[in-house]
Write a protein that binds this ligand. Structure first.
Ligand SMILES: Nc1ncnc2c1ncn2[C@@H]1O[C@H](COP(=O)(O)OP(=O)(O)OP(=O)(O)O)[C@@H](O)[C@H]1O
Ligand SMILES: [Mg+2]
Length: 235
């Protein structure tokens, strides 16, 4: 516990990259305290598993690969037993596996790039979360994470999308993941942003700061929802 689920019914939205960045940063922070992370790959394309199997993956990340709709609940329970954090990387379609994983989420992070298609698919994912909430009669906390943003400018379309999400009362991460070569690099070469060679990749410090800020905001959201749960339980 807690279970953090990365979802978006749109392929290529940035789920795997964000899941890897969070797993790496939590593992880095947890290492001195023997705190570990389980990373569950539920996508048939196994993109996060491919990263975790490359050299340089932190040794306190336990990978569960080839999870599917039949195994996912057991996989999440196994992750809960063995690690302090469970991170689930989902496929980019709506499926039984996606619905099952969401049902166990303490936080669903919905990836959205600055296009209307991404925003529309984010809303579809939110509708699925809301249906699961009704079935289970419990709140499933979720938040939209903007990714591949430009640090220098916020294009008009992105401003419009953020306005629409705000108007609908949908929670959006304060930080976004910037479009960075460092984030692409770890997917190709393995390892973590902090281990990249500054002679080979530019902007490593900024990328590491960005991944850290994202992780801190995830931790804050998890604490807030636990606090809300405790308040309800205590009447
Ligand atoms: N913040 C970022 N900076 C730079 N490149 C990024 C970033 N986020 C994602 N990408 C790139 O965009 C592509 C798609 O990202 P990613 O694989 O994370 O998406 P996904 O939602 O997991 O896709 P799929 O639905 O196929 O599993 C990848 O090539 C990745 O390197
Ligand atoms: Mg993926």
């Amino acid at each position: 516990m807690p279970n953090i689920i990365f979802a978006s019914s749109k392929g290529g939205a940035g789920k795997t990259t964000a899941a890897i960045l969070l797993a790496s940063e939590l593992a880095r922070q947890g290492k001195p305290k023997n705190i570990g992370v389980t990373l569950i790959d539920v996508d048939p394309n196994q993109h996060s598993a491919k990263w975790a199997l490359k050299d340089g993956c932190p040794d306190n990340i336990e990978l569960i690969q080839k999870a599917d709709e039949e195994s996912i609940i057991d996989d999440i329970e196994r992750g809960d037993e063995q690690s302090a954090f469970v991170i689930v990387d989902l496929e980019g379609t709506a499926s039984m596996a996606v619905a099952s994983a969401i049902s166990r989420a303490d936080l669903v992070i919905i990836l959205c790039q600055g296009s209307q298609d991404d925003a529309d698919e984010a809303v579809k994912t939110i509708k699925l979360i809301n249906r699961q909430s009704k079935v289970l009669r419990r709140e499933i906390p979720f938040s939209v994470l903007l990714t591949r943003t430009n640090p220098a400018i916020t294009p008009r379309t992105l401003r419009h999308i953020v306005g629409e999400l705000n108007a609908a009362g949908i929670d959006i991460f304060k930080c976004s993941l910037i479009d960075r070569e460092a984030f692409r690099s770890i997917r190709s070469f393995g390892g973590t942003v902090n281990d990249l060679n500054p002679k080979e990749v530019s902007g490593i410090d900024k990328a590491a700061t960005n991944a850290h800020a994202f992780t801190e905001e995830v931790k804050k959201k998890l604490l807030e929802s636990q606090h809300n749960l405790r308040s309800i339980a205590n009447g």
